[in-house]
Design a protein around this ligand. Structure first.
Ligand code: ADP
Ligand code: MG
Length: 256
């Protein structure tokens, strides 16, 4: 597939040296996102063929920027880059401690972010393998996560459920509950930040994103997070005309 190329595209494979990366750092979006280590990481990912080109920001969030990119075969990818300067370390520490997959004691901020990205990658993998519709994870390196691009083949990113017009609310609600169930029972994860702000709509199909806060079910906080996720979903379902009680959702999730 041809990917649209314009002057603002960042061709990673043309960057041969860190010196060149530095000049990009100076000119682009500001060095807040593209600091030296981030650029070096992008360069490594480019050498491995995972990202050939970055062309356009999809989102600038509180802690991460998401870009549209293409791999060496011109497949679209989404590239989520955590900003080391503005990340909420307290929150990260809170959500990562107690997760048996990570030992975060006395780690630097950068190590904490790297673990955070790895956590999001692992959570996506578990969800994906359990049959939950999430972006297929491709690779995590340092503060960068590369994953399947969710959107149109022409590069238009999918809309958030929050903003999309939902033509099939019954189906969408049913699918989302099914995914929460699969997450809980098969992936043994609780999303932890589930709402219409972290669900994309791709051709009437919901796609769950942003699993960085996801917790393993035997984590002491998982019950509280599951309850919060369900409360959020009930409100979002109401907005699309679906009334369902907490008990009913819980019954559906735990009904094995
Ligand atoms: N795989 C993806 N494909 C297309 N767009 C994405 C993808 N992942 C994230 N986005 C877009 O980027 C936004 C932010 O991503 P998200 O993972 O929710 O990060 P955060 O909320 O922490 O900033 C999403 O709301 C969505 O619009
Ligand atoms: Mg989000």
């Amino acid at each position: 597939m041809e990917s649209p190329v314009n002057k603002s595209d960042i061709h990673l494979q043309k960057m041969r040296e860190v010196k060149q990366l530095k000049s990009v750092e100076d000119k682009r979006v500001g060095s807040e996102v593209f600091d030296r280590i981030t650029l070096q990481t992008l360069y490594k990912l480019a050498n491995q063929g995972h990202i050939h080109l970055l062309n356009g920001a999809i989102s600038t969030g509180k802690e991460a920027n998401v870009f549209k990119g293409a791999d060496e075969n011109d497949n679209l990818v989404a590239v989520k880059i955590y900003r080391v300067t503005t990340s909420d370390f307290k929150k990260m520490q809170y959500y990562i401690q107690g997760d048996p997959r990570f030992n975060v004691r006395s780690k630097s901020k950068r190590q904490l972010i790297n673990n955070w990205v790895l956590k999001e990658f692992k959570n996506l993998n578990r969800a994906y393998n359990a049959g939950v519709r999430v972006p297929k994870p491709i690779i995590a390196k340092n503060n960068i996560l590369v994953m399947e691009f969710i959107g149109e083949t022409d590069g238009t990113p999918a809309r958030l459920m929050r903003q999309a017009k939902i033509s099939n609310p019954d189906y969408v609600a049913k699918k989302i509950i099914e995914y929460v169930k699969k997450l809980y029972n098969d992936a043994e994860l609780v999303h932890g930040d589930l709402s219409a702000f972290n669900i994309l709509m791709q051709h009437d199909e919901p796609v769950i994103i942003d699993l960085s806060q996801g917790m393993v079910v035997d984590h002491p906080l998982s019950r509280e997070l599951l309850n919060r996720d369900i409360d959020n979903l009930i409100k979002d379902f109401k907005k699309i005309g679906i009334e369902i009680s907490k008990d009913e959702i819980k019954r559906k999730i735990k009904d094995l």
